[in-house]
Design a protein around this ligand. Structure first.
Ligand code: GDP
Length: 412
């Protein structure tokens, strides 16, 4: 599918969504299905990769070679180790080969990561021919009965013709079963030309999008998918080895549309909100009725819940602004401050934010021992969240497990 068609089907889907008077589950799902079709436009290719992921292990004695390519700095080397570590946990016997002789320090980086994960690695400080290293590495690990040999190559830019030729030679010599194109989620529309250049030199069969923990929504992935006619299989969500997830199209698209991870959130609600509070909360939300009381109760639940950043990252609107990653302690303190102010608001006998004026805000500030500026900030936060949650009005609340089953079906 060419980019114009892909763009066309996505705008059509969004158009349908914006024409709808109420964004209910049906409208949302139709939109997501449409975009999913566009994203996974090459069903055959997708099945091939999925089968490779799941079935190859069953073919006894068969080793698969996976080659990683991408621009320098895209997160390729980090992703190689994440990919190896992911499969190691699933019972594979992976190994890493550093065929990046271009960037000084590339071998050290891979070696360090591999050692941490206890994954065998191969590379050389002396040898400057990446083809030779790649071939030797693959041979070595085949003899050691590794069943997944991952070859990291130098990062390159589409104008670097010599490096592209070198990458083609590495591919020809190692005959990878799969070539993975790694892209940074912030690359944007340039992704199309870059991905296409890689596809023209080696047969890219899958895409991994990195740095999804940052601000970028990863829209460039759509272009990379279109250019390589390959599906996204994993996303990177942090610098650490285990910050790596199987690509799930639904949360990805929800994020692209700025709607949060709705299905993950629903599952989380079922998991963490006490059973007796669930029906009432969901009912209120489906009425588009996000009150200060609800915000307070959710803060309470969240504070009780443990690794709160996980839950936060799924709540529409809660993630980046209120709860930046890595600053959980500060965010937690902020939530507690908000709650003290809200307590004082209830004591004040007025919890309707619409009736708030300066003297009331002042009384709340004094009552809670905070500055009026902070009361205003808390109310602003409430307004921001209420606006986002008002989009949920009319939503048919799925029962436990329904949403995740749905997203699984979409990926099947
Ligand atoms: P390469 O040049 O493509 O091999 O890129 P590297 O693997 O050296 O990664 C470049 C930088 O991106 C490093 O600082 C990595 O820690 C960082 N990085 C890689 N993947 C992710 C990710 O998913 N999230 C974040 N936040 N950083 C990442």
């Amino acid at each position: 599918m060419v980019l114009a068609q892909l763009g066309g089907s996505i705008s059509r889907a969004l158009q349908q969504m914006s024409n709808a008077t109420v964004i209910d589950e049906k409208v949302l799902n139709e939109c997501l299905n449409e975009i999913t079709r566009a994203l996974l436009q090459s069903d055959v290719q997708f099945k091939l990769v999925r089968d490779m992921q799941t079935n190859i292990k069953k073919i006894k004695g068969k080793t698969s070679v996976v080659m990683f390519v991408g621009l320098q700095g895209s997160g390729k080397t980090t992703t190689c180790t994440k990919y190896a570590y992911y499969h190691q946990k699933k019972g594979w016997k992976p190994a890493l080969v550093c065929a990046d002789t271009f960037r000084a320090g590339a071998f050290d980086q891979l070696k360090q990561n591999a050692t941490k994960a206890k994954i065998p690695f191969y590379g050389s400080y002396m040898e400057s021919d990446p083809v030779k290293i790649a071939v030797e590495g693959v041979e070595t690990f085949k003899k050691e009965n590794c069943d997944l040999i991952i070859v990291d190559t130098s990062g390159r830019h589409k104008q670097e013709a010599a490096l592209f030729e070198e990458m083609r030679q590495v591919s020809e010599a190692t005959k990878p079963d799969l070539v993975i194109f790694v892209m940074d989620s912030s690359i944007g529309q340039a992704a199309f030309d870059q991905a296409q250049a890689f596809k023209q030199s080696v047969s890219v069969g899958a895409v991994i999008v990195t740095k999804m923990d940052g601000h970028a929504k990863g829209g460039g992935a759509l272009s990379a998918v279109a250019a390589t006619k390959s599906p996204v299989i994993f996303i990177g969500t942090g610098e650490h080895m285990d910050e790596f997830e199987v690509f799930d199209v639904k949360p990805f698209v929800s994020r692209l549309l700025g709607m949060g991870d709705w299905s993950g959130f629903m599952d989380k609600i079922h998991e963490v909100v006490p059973m007796d509070q669930q029906p009432e909360l969901l009912q209120k939300l489906s009425e588009g009725n996000f009150t200060l009381r609800i915000m307070y109760e959710q803060f309470q639940n969240i504070l009780k819940m443990g690794p709160i950043s996980q839950v936060f990252s799924m709540l529409p609107g809660f993630s980046a602004e209120l709860m930046p990653k890595g600053r959980e302690k500060e965010s937690q303190a902020k939530i507690k401050r908000y709650m003290t102010m809200m307590d004082s608001m209830t004591n004040e006998g007025n919890s309707n934010p619409k009736l708030m004026n300066e003297s009331r805000m002042m009384r709340i500030a004094i009552g809670s021992g905070r500055h009026i500026r902070e009361v205003m900030e808390m109310l602003e936060e409430y307004k921001r969240l209420a606006k986002i949650w008002s989009k949920m009005k009319g939503l048919k609340i799925p029962k436990k497990g329904e949403m995740s089953a749905l997203s699984r079906n979409m990926n099947a």
